[in-house]
Design a protein around this ligand. Sequence first.
Ligand code: SF4
Ligand code: SF4
Length: 406
Amino acid sequence: MGDFTSLDPCVHCGFCLPACPTYLATRDEADSPRGRIVLMRALERGDLSADDPALRQHLDACLGCRGCEPACPSGVGYGRGLEEARRRIAASVGLRPLARLTLGVFGRSVAWRTAFGAGRWIRDLGLAKLLAGSGRARLGFGMLAATAPGRVRQPTLAPEAGTGPTVALFRGCVMDTLFGHVHDATRRTLAVNGYRVIEVPGQGCCGALHDHAGDQEGAARLGRANLAAIGETTDFIVVNSAGCGALLKDYGHLLGTEAARRFAGRVRDVTELLADRGPVTGGSLPLDVAYDAPCHLQHAQQVQRQPLAVLGAIPGLRVHQLPGSDRCCGSAGIYSLVEPAMSRMVLDDKIEAIRSLTPRPDFIATGNPGCLMQIGAGLMAAGLATRVAHPVELLDWSYAAGGRYR
Ligand code: SF4
Ligand code: SF4
């Protein structure tokens, strides 16, 4: 059982407020990190009960993006405090019905494979793109349309097999069913950089969505299954989804075993492995790109320069600074589903930042499925021609252009 000691250093200075997307959207102190810490402390003391409507409203509205942590001069561990508050609320009053239903789907591979398989079918028929737009339902179709490969013609040839360290590819759920092209790009780009990619069957969802919602038991069940499937045979476990990677690196804390700590120590984001090898330079890709940093990569994993090193290995690519690129896009796991109004407000800020860029980028590069879907849908709703791509997709196209594939 956790506690709130990570919140102890808070001196209520308020330096974190300008870094908080929900505070910037509402200007309500209770939607700020400082205000939520006060609420969490009241929950801890028993001054507020777990079913207090105001407590739930303001803690549910937190994106869990941890954008407040680097802004805090006192070193408050906001994320750990939020995790504990949500665990207590879920244990005491249960999850909200929509969250329970959604997490039930992610908890069973037959359910998510069926649901996302149907989604892929709708996407591949072109219906998702046709129905994409503004409004809640049409934004959902936009999210589905945004999972399509960034280019119609994907590289199909294979590189020489690597001879260096062995790497197990973490397949996940959304990535495995809707972003197979990113997995392919991951395999190819790692091989060009000398890694031997090993396929490991029997994996499932990482459990991050359960963990963020306060269902640590559900997350631990999925974590144990992944630990058993992947085992200890490879040098590294590579992840191309920032949200999954953040939890896999935290399996030691979640599961509390020595085996889980060893597993977590072998987990790397794909850009970390690529940056460790350079990465190898590709062929020319004359595109305008802006990088948007996923919260669970830059704040939770502290992986900041490696995605830019990947983009830097692409000759001809013009990488532009996106204002507020360190700020959440409003996706945040199942947040866009259960908190659609706040999610949309935060997304609108991101889209306006993209709209302000001159020249307008061809692609927004970001390494997380939720961000790819959320920003991609927002761009379609705004009628902008800019599209989304994972950084390894761009490197993959560059390698294809540079003749790195046979
Ligand atoms: S979390 Fe940090 S920055 Fe925010 S009020 Fe507390 S001490 Fe200040
Ligand atoms: S985690 Fe994100 S949304 Fe929540 S208080 Fe911190 S900055 Fe604000």
